[in-house]
Design a protein. Sequence first.
Length: 243
Amino acid sequence: MRHFTPIVVLVEPRQPGNVGAVCRAMANFGVAQLRLVKSCDPFHPDAVKFSVGARPLLGQAEHFPDLAAALADVHHSVALTRRTGRLRGNLLPLEELSQRFQSVAAQSRVAFVFGREDRGLTTQEVALCSQAATIETTDETGSLNLAQAVVVTLYELSRRQDRVGIVQRDQPTHDQFEPLFQQLDELVHRVGYVNPSRPEVIPTMLRRLLHQAAPDVAELNQLRGLINRLSESVQDWPGRRRG
């Protein structure tokens, strides 16, 4: 039995038929929570047609103005992407994903984030997630249809649920992480540990590192207290770091 609550998040889907097909895939694997970010019309005839018996999920879907808002109350999030890059970190193969959930507390909300049909997720959107994973194919340059990616992901999760342990921890939501990230961003700028030509590199690396560390709420508060004391103690860097 699944001990966490999976949430499917679609970012700016453009084809109503894909939204309907995603709902059908979700129903097949007992997943009931769908979140849509700047979506096309989920009640378009094509969406209804491709949802088959999962039409109620279209009406239950939650709508959000951006990905940050859609992830605010979740404890863990996984960006599904095929593109690599320095700021995207190491992409976890999908079949290894469940191993990372061994420290997920019971009743945690876990979001699986899928991008646009034509260009997927942006680097900034991937950075908002706790980690990134990829569905490996024999064609390194190929990508799956949106609904195909969702069904493969949910299938992989469903067949590995019995291997996942349950750990009781008071884990923070994404919204609770954000004040810490803001504190760190301000601190690295104050001490000059920023490359002016690529100011996003260090904050993104720290964000990914802390998500992977998976601190509980008490540990997160301790980190915030430490960063706050450091911010009060250090002097502003007198110069600029070279790019």
